[in-house]
Design a protein around this ligand. Structure first.
Ligand SMILES: C[S@@+](CC[C@H](N)C(=O)[O-])C[C@H]1O[C@@H](n2cnc3c(N)ncnc32)[C@H](O)[C@@H]1O
Length: 378
């Protein structure tokens, strides 16, 4: 399966190169980005030669030295060789000083290196170079997320949960390109649910310990059509991750459906519970960097289910909710679903990050709460 994925990434790389030759730059650059990100995963698994060969396809297709240096920098950035990436991008900028993508990548590298003032200045230059380029807003959001939530990102945290809990069964709703699903450990049976991405042809990652079972269904359809107990072969799941449709009412429904199959030590993680700005939490997506209004689920659970333990880890880019002490017999949320949704949809996203932290249980004491939660689990 790992070989299949690498072969698929090679095909995707050839398609991206083809798009670039046809001057479809957004598609080409978006493709390179996703492929280089995925190649790091396979490089870490020891597929060094295969990943290098795929990277070379893109490097050799570049029409100018500046673009070759740009891609070289992007590869190093994704491999987390940030100093080398910065050197390459600076050289590229000497050759082509006004090429916007070079500045944007420089800002990302500076952010990764912790030079936040430098990144801010770089993005300000991007804005000056092209006031019409709205993509820079996302760069500023990512920068703000780095400032507010420094340290490990949510993938690192998901990995900690897998390593700490060693779940026999993991259920993920919302797969993207499969990066989070692939974090499951060798002892874990993983289930992935996603109506659009729940096919191997669509995913870029596969768990090295064995492929997950995929269900190309909306989470609602999955729970209507399947009894999770039969799918996983046990009465309860151990760890679940809600990262599907980013609307409060859907996240709540996913929570209700999952809790029905929860045991005493099961843990539910919920992505996007701490938005970096109210605009990224709009229900109608108007920014590339988008969390939707999933955050509402935290104050909702705090109020309606005081029996649960709820905390949000302030991990970039948008926080990770952690819920334990689950109770499969509780019907409070299901019984009051319509009313709860109506009430919480009228709640405004607080303007200040401090207020959002408070509302979403992501205060300074989150680490203590997390330790308590995790020591209670298992
Ligand atoms: C942000 S991505 C998930 C990213 C992934 N969990 C990761 O961290 O790498 C959100 C995914 O939710 C999926 N999705 C959208 N609506 C859904 C639904 N009703 N049920 C399940 N998945 C859904 C989308 O197709 C998309 O792949």
């Amino acid at each position: 399966m790992l070989k299949y994925m690498l072969a698929k990434l090679e095909v995707q790389m050839r398609q991206s190169v083809h798009s670039q030759k046809n001057r479809d730059f957004p598609v080409a650059l978006g493709g390179y980005e996703l492929i280089f990100e995925a190649l790091r995963f396979y490089e870490e698994l020891g597929y060094t030669q295969e990943t290098k060969n795929i990277q070379r396809l893109a490097l050799e297709a570049q029409p100018t030295p500046a673009m070759t240096l740009y891609l070289h920098s992007l590869i190093l950035f994704h491999l987390q060789h940030h100093i080398g990436a910065l050197d390459s991008i600076k050289t590229a900028m000497m050759l082509t000083p006004n090429l916007l993508i070079l500045h944007v990548l420089k800002g990302r590298i500076q952010t990764a290196l912790g030079d936040l003032p430098g990144a801010y200045e770089t993005y300000a230059q991007v804005r000056e170079l092209d006031p019409e380029y709205s993509g820079v807003d996302d760069s500023f959001f990512a920068l703000a997320a780095e400032k507010e939530m420094p340290g490990e990102d949510y993938y690192d945290w998901l990995q900690h949960f897998h390593q700490r809990l060693r779940p026999a069964c993991y259920v993920e709703i919302g797969l993207g390109h499969g990066r989070s699903l692939a974090l499951a450990g060798p002892e874990t049976k993983a289930i992935g649910i996603d109506p659009y991405q729940g096919f191997w042809e669509k995913l870029n990652y596969v768990c090295p310990h064995g492929p997950a079972s995929l269900f190309p269904l909306t989470s609602d359809d999955f729970f209507t059509q399947h009894d999770l107990r039969q799918v996983i072969g046990q009465d309860t799941f151990d760890l679940a991750f809600i990262d599907g449709l980013h609307l409060f009412e859907q996240a709540l429904k996913d929570f209700i459906n999952l809790e029905h199959y929860a045991g005493k030590d099961s843990v539910i993680l919920i992505h996007d519970c701490l938005p970096i700005a109210p605009i990224v939490a709009e229900r109608e997506r108007c920014t590339g960097f988008w969390t939707g209004d999933v955050w509402r689920i935290i104050p909702c659970l705090k109020t309606f289910r005081p029996d649960l333990k709820v905390v949000t880890i302030p991990t970039k880019p948008s926080g990770l909710g952690v819920v334990t002490n689950l109770d499969a017999s509780s019907t409070v949320l299901a019984d009051n679903y319509e009313e709860i949704v109506r009430y919480y949809l009228s709640l405004n996203c607080p303007a200040s990050m401090d207020q959002r932290r408070l509302l979403c249980n992501a205060g300074m004491d989150y680490e203590d709460s997390l330790t308590t939660i995790l020591s209670g689990a298992n």
